[in-house]
Write a protein that binds this ligand. Structure first.
Ligand code: AMP
Length: 459
């Protein structure tokens, strides 16, 4: 039996058959290195990125230790974002589907607490959540962690970046000291070491070399030569035609300038940085997520809140100041096992940064010439969808079904042409296919919903 076979581990037969059904044939490198220690009950620090199979590594640990008949919270996974928490909960449920009556509950910020409170009253075995909301429930005494046996910190570096250190420490203080703690992080700054020292006992450390981790992300490097950065970004976009792409810049000023330049040339681009008002940032993120904008030009800080899993391209318009930041940027593509592409533009001032980056890569960095200028003669692709804003929301008792219902009544608009809907208290956003936008606006402005007339316009 190869050492990468899951059957070499002390896993319950039911778990092994689930793995087989899911076609997880061999352990990934991070699973191979961490699972023996995890299953032996040790504290583990694992340096691993999204796409490495890290979720299954800790999920199998949690499921193996679970005593399903003891209906108490036995495991807690803390994640930086809701998107990640939901992915983790999904994987825990999938891998644990052979265990009867297993209950996994997500507790994330950004959604109302009401349902969470109800679910908590019914109890759970595992909680997956974001630190702020978990702490909130804990402080309101809705969450009892006194019988917890396993704590997992997922993407710990991102949690620290987002300022969750204090929350994590306070949550950990509410659980037994005698427990198993697992920490997963893509990068390994000093702060992680300090966090580990305060929460873990004699942790086993495992890491997978970057070349193994990045296998699902292809990196390409282009030399700027005599081209401007703006032109170079346009050439790459025209050549690769991504449906969803984030372009990273190092400063707010360059971010805004590049977004402006792209818009002027007809690209479906939006800027995201800290100088924009919260409302504008929210609308930008919404339009990017519902496919009304193809390109998001962002600073590293602003992109932290980005919860989008299907990015087919990341462009580094400017090379990041350090290797960790670069790793984070490119980790946004190629998620969840999908193939991703990261393109980095470099000029001759970047030699030193490139040499540092080279140390972390197995393949030699080769600077390619930019795609041909003739690509700029074609008009850039428009976004697939447009976003319509409706002046009415939860306060008017509007629900997504009312909006879809109005739009698709008498087949005026096909059901498939209606995209994501987001409801706020006083307004709503609906994405529709570009070709259906005019008709949709007519309907929303003239037909009644819930017996009321609303105003609607295109963002
Ligand atoms: P993660 O790094 O946890 O985000 O996982 C990346 C993807 O790989 C997920 O979609 C998992 O379902 C999948 N995966 C995890 N472990 C394995 C494995 N041993 N074999 C095949 N796929 C896996």
């Amino acid at each position: 039996m190869p050492v990468t076979d899951f059957a070499t581990l002390a896993l319950a037969p039911a778990l092994l058959s689930t793995l087989q059904e899911l076609n997880y044939q061999q352990m990934t490198p991070i699973q191979q290195q961490s699972l023996p220690a995890i299953l032996a009950g040790k504290d583990v620090i694992a340096q691993a990125q999204t796409g490495s199979g890290k979720t299954a590594a800790f999920a199998l640990g949690m499921l193996s230790a679970l005593q399903v008949k003891r209906f108490r919270i036995q495991g807690l996974v803390l994640c930086p974002t809701r998107e990640l928490a939901e992915q983790v909960a999904k994987e825990l449920r999938t891998l644990g589907r052979s265990i009867h009556n297993i209950k996994v509950l997500t507790l994330c910020g950004g959604v109302p607490s009401k349902h969470q409170i109800l679910s908590l009253e019914h109890g759970a075995h595992f909680i997956v959540g974001t630190p702020g909301r978990v702490l909130d429930h804990l402080q309101q005494q809705r969450l009892d962690l006194s019988e917890l046996r396993m704590l997992v910190l997922d993407e710990a570096d991102r949690m620290l970046d987002m300022g969750f250190l204090d929350e994590v420490a306070r949550i950990a203080a509410a659980m037994p000291a005698k427990r198993q703690t697992l920490l997963f992080s893509a990068t390994y700054p000093d702060k992680i070491e300090q966090l580990a020292a305060s929460l873990m006992q004699q942790p086993v450390r495992v890491s997978v070399s970057s070349s193994q981790q990045e296998s699902s992300i292809t990196q390409q490097f282009y030399a700027l030569d005599n081209s401007t950065r703006e032109q170079a970004v346009m050439l790459v976009l025209q050549q690769l035609q991504p449906a969803s792409c984030v372009v990273f810049c190092n400063t707010k000023r360059v971010t805004q300038q590049l977004a402006d330049a792209l818009q002027q040339q007809g690209f479906s681009a939006k800027a995201l940085h800290g100088d924009l008002e919260q409302k504008d940032r929210d609308q930008t993120l919404l339009q990017f997520a519902n496919k009304s904008a193809r390109i998001l030009v962002a600073t590293d800080v602003a992109a932290r809140g980005l919860d989008i899993s299907e990015l087919d391209l990341v462009i580094n318009a400017e090379l990041a100041h350090d290797t960790d930041t670069h790793t984070h940027r490119i980790g946004r593509t190629g998620r969840a096992g999908a193939k991703g592409l990261a393109v980095t533009l470099a000029d001759n001032k970047d030699d030193y940064k490139l040499s540092l980056l080279q140390d972390t890569l197995s393949d030699a960095i080769q600077l390619q010439p930019l795609p041909p200028l003739s690509l700029l003669e074609q008009a850039p692709a428009k976004a697939e969808m447009v976003t319509l804003q409706i002046q009415g929301g939860k306060k008017q008792k509007l629900r997504p079904g009312d909006i879809v219902g109005a739009l698709t009544r008498d087949q005026q608009i096909a059901f498939e042409d209606v995209g994501k809907i987001q409801l706020h208290d006083l307004w709503a956003y609906v994405a529709v296919k570009r070709s259906a936008a005019k008709k949709a606006l007519q309907i929303l402005n003239h037909d009644k919903m819930k017996g009321l007339n609303f105003r609607a316009w295109q963002l």
